[in-house]
Design a protein around this ligand. Structure first.
Ligand SMILES: Nc1ncnc2c1ncn2[C@@H]1O[C@H](COP(=O)(O)OP(=O)(O)OP(=O)(O)O)[C@@H](O)[C@H]1O
Length: 255
């Protein structure tokens, strides 16, 4: 289990995270959701270990990692821009990290991931020959072969369009469940967070607004921010779709 206890962070005297305390269970998918500038990336970076908290503790299975360097935490991130090596083909990108830590994944495990992520037919391609969704899958495979204890994803779907987005969502879900891998995802899209995650952490100006399962958030929004910012966006989307198909927007009224 990952535990954040009373995490606080300021930049130049301006509080960015105010007293964040959460627990993330093993194998759970948690999305960090909130508007631009609310502190999502800062929180992800704190968990990863590239930013230090001013106060508070980060524990993993009871072990205090607050002052442990990133390399020793055993967490791994897929960045928004995928950060793949353009001069290497897909297969070499996937196994790149194993150079320094051979044996961490057996050959059969690498092959299994390649199939799970549907990358077999692309293995000899250069990165610039891939679509956004294919690059995202390569980035996931490259991270997964290193067997992270926690998988962190920074806006993994924002550059992808509808159908591909759904397929990557499925694969993220499959991987998290198949490998019982704790997965933490940063997103600003309520639909994405609520349909992909076991629990959603909604942040408003550096504070927890609500941390709950999607159904709980939809049925029992804890405050006006959740109602207005999160649920209203979904209502507007739904009404637009109904209007498009002639069902009339009146079916659902914005909260
Ligand atoms: N290194 C830094 N130095 C100073 N201020 C920073 C730094 N990093 C982030 N901030 C500030 O902290 C606040 C939160 O930033 P953060 O990147 O965590 O937000 P976010 O929710 O991820 O936003 P976005 O969705 O736009 O990426 C912002 O006001 C930002 O300007």
């Amino acid at each position: 289990m990952l535990e954040l206890k009373h995490i606080k962070k300021s930049y130049d005297g301006m509080p960015v995270l105010r007293d964040i305390s959460i627990q993330v269970g093993d194998g759970e998918i948690v999305s960090i959701l909130g508007p631009s500038g609310c502190g999502k990336t800062t929180l992800l970076n704190l968990i990863l270990g590239i930013t230090d908290a001013d106060e508070g503790q980060i524990l993993y299975n009871g072990e205090d990692l607050t002052h442990t360097v990133m390399e020793k935490r055993g967490f791994n991130i897929v960045f928004q821009d995928y950060a793949l090596f353009p001069n290497l083909n897909v297969y070499k990108n996937i196994i790149y990290g194993l150079k320094n830590r051979p044996g961490i994944s057996a050959r059969e495990e690498v092959e299994e991931l390649i199939d799970l992520l549907g990358l077999r037919e692309h293995l000899d391609k250069r990165i610039d020959q891939l679509s956004g969704g294919q690059k995202q899958r390569v980035a996931l495979a490259r991270t997964m072969v290193m067997k992270p204890r926690i998988l962190l994803l920074d806006e993994p779907l924002s550059a992808l369009d509808g159908v591909i987005k759904e397929s990557i969502k499925d694969r993220i879900r499959t991987i998290a469940k198949e490998y019982h891998l704790t997965t933490i995802i940063v997103t600003h899209d309520p639909e994405e967070a609520l349909t992909l995650s076991d629990r959603v952490l909604i942040i408003d100006q550096g504070s927890i607004s609500q941390y709950a399962q999607p159904a709980e958030i939809i049925c029992r929004p804890q405050n006006d921010f959740v109602r207005k910012f999160i649920l209203n966006q979904l209502e507007i989307k739904r009404n637009n779709i109904y209007a498009l198909f002639g069902g009339g927007a009146a079916r659902g009224k914005a909260v």
